[in-house]
Design a protein around this ligand. Structure first.
Ligand SMILES: CC(C)=CCC/C(C)=C/CC/C(C)=C/CC/C(C)=C/COP(=O)(O)OP(=O)(O)O
Ligand SMILES: O=P(O)(O)OC[C@@H](O)CO
Ligand SMILES: [Mg+2]
Length: 253
């Protein structure tokens, strides 16, 4: 049997041939469909590569569907679900990060939510993208909700061991997460050690607020940078635009 790679995953690989990527996370718990629509238009205008939709709490049902629909109606960027549980699945999205929180203490976040969501993904015809999700200190809300044993910031080899295990388990993306709103992103040294251990693309998110931080992480080996709060906390669409442009300058060579 050949592994079937879907459209969104192919898009990610094709774009990675050219450059590093920037994904923006929209949390339906904090963003109305109207705001999501404005952000999506802006993201397309400034050259963001994809939009992720999810949150650790409250990103389900109608609220989730309406935000995903608003984004799809206002941009042509791929929309990838970033679910906090089997509740975080919407039929209006293009793909789903079918993720396992490898360093959780709770089997629900390793295989339980995935089993509960698998047939919904199939029924909706969503493209599942297998991804290892690894939480680094401090981990913030997602660390607590996901019952993680966050990896100490000064222990890059532990992160690399989890990342390589994820790859050997068949996961085609590795995501290092410091937690949304973390005071500092994942340390660049940890990104360097993880990247040197794996052969699949490396996503880094949590606490990335500006272009300089993004540049350091890309230099260390990050392939995809995820930002949420930087845009969510902008006071106006103009401010969001300036921040996105700076992030872009840090990410794109
Ligand atoms: C694949 C399926 C069906 C489920 C996977 C379920 C797993 C493993 C979840 C991991 C743990 C978790 C709670 C992840 C949430 C990821 C996420 C959307 C984080 C971003 O949200 P935040 O912005 O941190 O959330 P808040 O804004 O709610 O704090
Ligand atoms: O909100 P921020 O800190 O950008 O984090 C985004 C993402 O990594 C959370 O899963
Ligand atoms: Mg959030």
């Amino acid at each position: 049997m050949f592994v079937k790679i879907g459209r969104v995953e192919r898009y990610i690989h094709e774009k990675l041939e050219e450059n590093k990527l920037h994904f923006v996370l929209i949390d339906p718990d904090d963003t109305s469909p109207d705001e999501a629509s404005k952000i999506a238009k802006l993201c397309e205008e400034v050259g963001v590569d994809a939009i992720m939709v999810g949150g650790s709490t409250g990103a389900e049902g109608n609220i989730l569907d309406e935000v995903v629909r608003a984004i799809k109606e206002s941009s042509s960027l791929p929309v990838i679900l970033f679910p906090g549980s089997h509740g975080g699945i919407s039929k209006y999205a293009d793909a789903i990060f079918f993720m396992s929180l490898l360093n959780s203490r709770n089997p629900f976040f390793i295989t339980g939510a995935q089993a509960l969501g698998a047939f919904t993904v199939k029924k909706f015809g969503l493209e599942p993208i297998p991804m290892a999700y690894i939480i680094i200190e401090p981990g913030e809300t997602v660390g607590w909700v996901g019952d993680a044993k966050p990896i100490p910031r000064h222990k890059p080899k532990i992160a690399a061991a989890y990342a390589l295990a994820g790859q050997y388990l068949g996961m085609r993306l590795i995501y290092l997460e410091a937690g949304s709103g973390a005071p500092e992103p994942v340390p660049p040294e940890m990104v360097r050690v993880v990247k040197s251990a794996i052969d699949v693309p490396l996503i880094v998110g949590g606490g990335i607020r500006n272009g300089n931080q993004a540049r350091e992480l890309v230099k260390a080996g990050a392939d995809i940078i995820v930002t949420g709060t930087a845009i969510e906390s902008a006071k106006s669409i103009e401010e969001a635009k300036v921040r996105l442009k700076h992030l872009r300058e840090g990410i794109k060579a």
